[in-house]
Design a protein around this ligand. Structure first.
Ligand SMILES: Nc1nc2c(ncn2[C@@H]2O[C@H](COP(=O)(O)OP(=O)(O)O)[C@@H](O)[C@H]2O)c(=O)[nH]1
Ligand SMILES: [Mg+2]
Length: 188
């Protein structure tokens, strides 16, 4: 038997080159927690997810030449409490804004969420996500794309249930966050 050594340890956790906090926001029940759990844990389980209630997950995003250690913050049921939520944004270097493609009411609240993100984080990169792509759609691709174009956001449609495009959300925003960190730390 061989005892574990420090080099085993390093092998298990690849070195990251950057680290950042990122928030996931949007109306209640659009699938924010489901997307985070799908990405970080690799499964979709509605019953378990509703009871998690943790504040954040840590996940390394491997971009080949760089690795971003993301601290992904979930609102954990705080969607309704505007003033309390301000603290949640402190230090965030990126945001995922989620709406539910199968429910137009969440789409109609996007400018409210965009205002809140911008007010609390400034010009951090944001990716807009139309979730629940596996269901019958109420909000077409063009509608999401138009909001993204107007506000200069990245845009993707995904499904936490099937896993479609979920990794792509994070591999799309990660290089933008790295670029944002490098740019803002140089200018200080
Ligand atoms: N069909 C489908 N249901 C989803 C998807 N993502 C989340 N849900 C369901 O939508 C409900 C709300 O999801 P949840 O992750 O708790 O939303 P949150 O309030 O934004 O965190 C749950 O019943 C989920 O199982 C998806 O991509 N497809
Ligand atoms: Mg949630």
């Amino acid at each position: 038997m061989r005892l574990p050594t420090q080099s085993d340890d390093q092998h298990d956790s690849p070195k990251y080159t950057h680290a950042a906090k990122m928030v996931v926001v949007g109306e209640a029940s659009v699938g924010k927690t489901s997307l985070i759990v799908r990405y970080c844990k690799g499964f979709f389980n509605p019953e378990y997810i509703s009871t998690i209630g943790v504040n954040f997950f840590v996940q390394d995003v491997d971009l080949g030449n760089r690795v971003l250690r993301l601290q992904i913050w979930d609102t954990a049921g705080q969607e309704q409490f505007g003033p309390l939520r301000r603290r949640y944004y402190v230090g965030a270097k990126g945001a995922v804004l989620v709406y539910d493609k199968s429910d137009s009411s969440s789409y109609q609240r996007l400018d409210y969420w965009l205002d809140e993100i911008r007010e609390n984080t400034g010009e951090v990169p944001i990716i807009l996500v139309g979730n629940k792509a596996d269901l019958e759609e109420a909000v077409g691709y063009e509608f999401g794309r138009q909001v993204a174009y107007t506000y200069k956001l990245s845009f993707i449609e995904a499904s936490a249930k099937t896993g479609e495009n979920v990794d792509k959300i994070f591999t799309t925003i990660a290089p933008q966050i790295i670029e944002y960190i490098d740019r803002t730390s140089r200018s200080r």
